[in-house]
Design a protein around this ligand. Structure first.
Ligand SMILES: C[S@@+](CC[C@H](N)C(=O)[O-])C[C@H]1O[C@@H](n2cnc3c(N)ncnc32)[C@H](O)[C@@H]1O
Length: 307
């Protein structure tokens, strides 16, 4: 199914300065992924050139350029790319290291991609791909950018945990209650509100392109685009999020979801939903952070043929 009218940028609800505060937790998640990758693959060395897709505020990218992300080793070049110009400028202002660069990339804009072709021996993408609507375009870009036998390692958010994410849990509970069951029946949980295009690879997608990224689907997607998958697992991702992040995510994503709910029913639903979420919600810790309670996929392998 193809959806038109695509919005290709994401995470507009958070500025680089707001986002960089959550990055310590990202580093923990990313380091754990590197540890698993190293159970199968060798560390990188000066022969290696690494592309980090969706670098965000760049802490992980910079630590890879300095040879400091777990035991990943020390590649001679690291290029961090992001679709957001403000993230790229933030990275350029805040991170310097030999062999480290940042650049803007849009996987659906083929014009600027030639400079990446066949340039890299390793590709990482941490907590970005769930925002990308056209996954096959991203994977084609990855295949083109990597040399043969080039490795990849991704951490991809899938969805909010049905058991432990309060917003998701209360939504699921209300859907089962007599008062709400019929009213909420046509509505779907928005996940990250990415409207997936070119999405025939997804078993979870609805008519609006909404659906979460599932392990088995992603493994097949990679295999169908010239990659060997060495390992893939679904696991909890403990993102520690600031109040700004959670508030802005709620406003930009949840409050504008469920378009089927209209008028008084919409108002009544949100009044009750917000009250319940507040009542059961976790407090932010002394650093002002709260666990996002998201589930995700960790996947790695290598390129075995051209697309
Ligand atoms: C959660 S942040 C990245 C975090 C970073 N990789 C880390 O682990 O610390 C996600 C990033 O993905 C970027 N992004 C979203 N959609 C994208 C796309 N289509 N192409 C490239 N980057 C994208 C966002 O701009 C944002 O900077």
């Amino acid at each position: 199914m193809r959806i038109t009218g695509v919005v290709r940028t994401a995470m507009k609800f958070v500025t680089p300065a707001q986002y960089s505060k959550t990055n310590e937790a990202h580093m923990v998640i990313n380091r754990a992924a590197v540890t698993d990758f190293l159970k199968v693959h060798s560390p990188l060395d000066k022969e290696d050139r690494l592309l980090d897709f969706g670098c965000g505020t760049g802490e992980t990218t910079a630590s890879m350029a300095k040879g400091q992300l777990g035991g990943l080793g020390h590649p001679s070049q690291v290029v961090g790319v992001d679709i957001s110009s403000s993230m790229v400028s933030h990275c350029q202002d805040h991170h310097q290291a030999p062999g480290l660069q940042f650049d803007r990339v849009d996987v659906e804009d083929l014009k600027h991609q030639d400079k990446f072709t066949n340039q890299f021996t390793m590709l990482t993408s941490f907590s970005c791909l769930h925002w990308v609507p056209n996954q096959p375009a991203a994977i084609q870009f990855f295949n083109k950018s990597l040399r043969n036998n080039g490795k990849f390692l991704f951490v991809i958010s899938s969805t909010q945990s049905e058991e432990t994410n309060i917003l998701r849990r209360e939504w699921e509970a209300m859907r089962r209650e007599k008062k709400w069951a019929e009213i909420l029946a046509p509505c779907s949980w928005p996940h990250f509100k990415t409207a997936h295009t070119n999405n025939s690879w997804m078993s979870t997608v609805d008519n609006n392109g909404m659906g979460h990224i599932k392990q088995d689907d992603y493994v097949k997607l990679m295999q169908n685009h010239g990659f060997q998958v060495d390992d893939c697992q679904t696991l909890p991702l403990n993102y520690m999020l600031t109040k700004d992040f959670t508030r802005n995510f709620f406003k930009s994503t949840i409050l504008s979801s469920f378009p089927e709910l209209k008028g008084d029913a919409r108002k009544e639903f949100f009044d009750e939903y917000i009250a319940r979420a507040k009542q059961h919600g976790e407090q932010h810790d002394e650093d002002g952070l709260v666990n996002g309670r998201v589930e995700g996929i960790q996947i790695f392998g290598k390129k075995i043929k051209k697309n």
